[in-house]
Design a protein around this ligand. Structure first.
Ligand code: HEM
Length: 253
């Protein structure tokens, strides 16, 4: 990645952006940035399509099965932990084809509403699996999926509470710098989503998924590839924003 001069990181309507590259000729810079913008908008559209298609696939798989309490776990977790959490992360990005046209304060509002919805789905999905295991006298937290799942559930709670701190960071500025709270929330969000993605990948090895009629090694590989691809797209905008916030925080010292 190219070095961005610390002194020239700009802040515009609260959003941190990298400066234009002065040493590149105007036409070249425009051409390059147009190609880069088109590519990142195209990858955002592909990412939304993957998220919706994969979520529909899991929900349809669940409700094609004979009804069991357990089925609410994969369906709610996929909607909350995969689709809504990714949409909440991407809502903050200017490359987002839907939210990118709104101002920063509207994007923040969309972000916390989606994240609150995602957390509600995740907590209900967690409650379902714990109750279901108790009803069937099964051990808790005995598989990699369940251990990563528990970590994700705890981190969702912590990151969401941190988000409330970031939202009202101006009110606590005497104790901690708003830019620092926002950076911590940004990094915590990336780690939480990362754990959620690992958990989704591990769920593709669960007994429930591997005993579906539609299951084959090819379906498993395609599903894992879709999870990895959409997670990379989702996290790259959040990682870029964290990088710029780190530069901004460092340049203040
Ligand atoms: C981000 C999404 C998800 C999270 C955070 C998550 C979390 C969890 C947790 C914490 C448990 C263990 C509960 C206990 O031991 O009391 C669990 C169990 C389980 N989950 Fe998920 N889950 C997610 C998505 C999924 C999906 C999409 C599927 C199916 C495709 C699934 C299938 C299962 C199964 C079969 C179990 C019971 C067996 C086991 O403990 O590994 N989960 N999940």
């Amino acid at each position: 990645m190219e070095d961005v001069p610390l002194s020239s990181v700009t802040e515009c309507d609260g959003a941190v952006r990298a400066p234009p590259h002065d040493n590149i000729k105007d036409g070249e810079a425009h051409g390059t940035s147009r190609v880069a913008n088109t590519m990142s908008s195209a990858s955002a559209v592909i990412c939304h399509l993957i998220l919706v298609a994969f979520t529909l696939y899991i929900v349809i798989l669940c409700f094609n099965d004979s009804y069991k309490l357990f089925l609410w776990h994969p369906s709610l977790m996929t909607i909350g932990g995969f689709l809504l959490m990714a949409e909440a992360v991407m809502a903050m990005s200017q490359d987002n084809p839907i939210c990118g046209r709104f101002g920063r304060s509207s994007r923040i509002q969309i972000h916390w509403i989606l994240q609150a919805l995602a957390a509600s789905f995740i907590y209900i999905g967690f409650l379902v699996i714990v109750i279901n295991k108790n009803l069937n006298n099964k051990h808790h937290f005995h598989t990699w999926h369940s251990i990563f799942g528990l970590i994700t559930v705890i981190m969702v709670g912590m990151t969401s509470s941190g988000g409330v701190g970031a939202l009202y960071s101006v009110r606590t500025k005497e104790f901690i710098r708003p830019a620092l709270i926002k950076l911590i929330h940004n990094i915590a969000g990336i780690i939480t989503y990362f754990f959620g993605a690992i958990c989704m990948i591990l769920s593709m090895y669960s007994d429930w998924f591997t005993t579906r009629e539609s299951h084959s090694n090819a379906t498993q590989v395609i599903c894992i590839l879709l999870i990895v691809l959409s997670s990379v797209f989702t996290l790259q905008s959040a990682a870029r924003s964290a990088y710029l916030k780190i530069i901004q925080n460092c340049s203040r010292h």
